[in-house]
Design a protein around this ligand. Sequence first.
Ligand code: DAH
Length: 355
Amino acid sequence: MSELKKIKEKFLLKIQSKLNPSEINQIKTDLFGKEGLITSQFKKIGSIAESERKKFASDLNLIKDELSDLIDLKSKEVEIEQINIKLRKEKIDVTLPERNFLRGKIHPVSQTIDEISAIFSEIGFNVEEGPDVENEYNNFTALNTPDNHPARDMHDTFYLDVNKEKLLRTHTSPVQIRTMMNGKAPFKIIAPGRTYRSDSDQTHSPMFHQVEGLHIDKNINMGHLKGCLNYFIKEFFEVDKIKMRFRPSHFPFTEPSAEVDIGYEIKDGKIIIGEGDKWLEILGCGMVHPNVLKNVKVDPKKYQGYAFGIGIDRLAMLKYGINDLRSFFECDYRWLNHYGFDPIDVPTNYRGLSR
Ligand code: DAH
């Protein structure tokens, strides 16, 4: 066998065997390096008899090409294999159990405010907000509350300065004033938020929540008020029928004024809304007093309307069966875990008008 053939046979076998990158480099040097076998064969060409030279040179070139092609191929193969090994070693195991994750709960009061806002939005009310720290004018004077009214007493109201100019709002009604002062009639808003009074027992907390309602337009009357509240109570408690009664009352900012009771009964220790012969007071309301409209530069001859104020905490207690008002604000994580709502799976208690 010619020397060329021997080289070829020997290296064909070598190249086919299992190799790592440095072994491949070694083969390259053995064949094509300065002293390499193929390189030496090229050096021999000059000394070969002229008659054989051409054939030798062409055979040599063929073998050189064939071997270097095979080596290139092998290099690529080994390279891919190395990458695969690396990938296998470094892969991320996505099947690992997730790390412990604490998901918070939505407070029943926040949930109730969301539900109330959704219900009133359906019938065209915008949601407004006002600050907890109010001035005496918005909280009392503009709302037609006389100077000697008991609500203005220090025992009832948290004043923030000796001049009694700044206070923690005692109701959400000042948002009526802010809205009407800053806008133009008609108005159709609700305003949920925190309110404060110097009061504390099982059914009263010094901080509590109200939602104010205000609808001012041309020719709005008490029938509209009744229809609106009737709709709201049915939607909120998810009942088809309710018993509701208007009791004459007095608020300085409405004339006439009323308090609204809803009928209920207790069955197997549970409160059933809309049936029975017991009455529960849930809100105050009335037709907005002309003096209030004048104070905010709305012409009472052109525009009239109704307003109402609902205690949110009481509604939340009724709907979700919570007995003690104070537990709402104790920040007990176990309580919240029990009564709170999952932020991702909030029940859509409000299903809209289609029902
Ligand atoms: N602001 C009253 C309160 O806190 C509730 C209320 C009564 C609000 C009648 C109103 C209303 O808007 O018209 O007791």
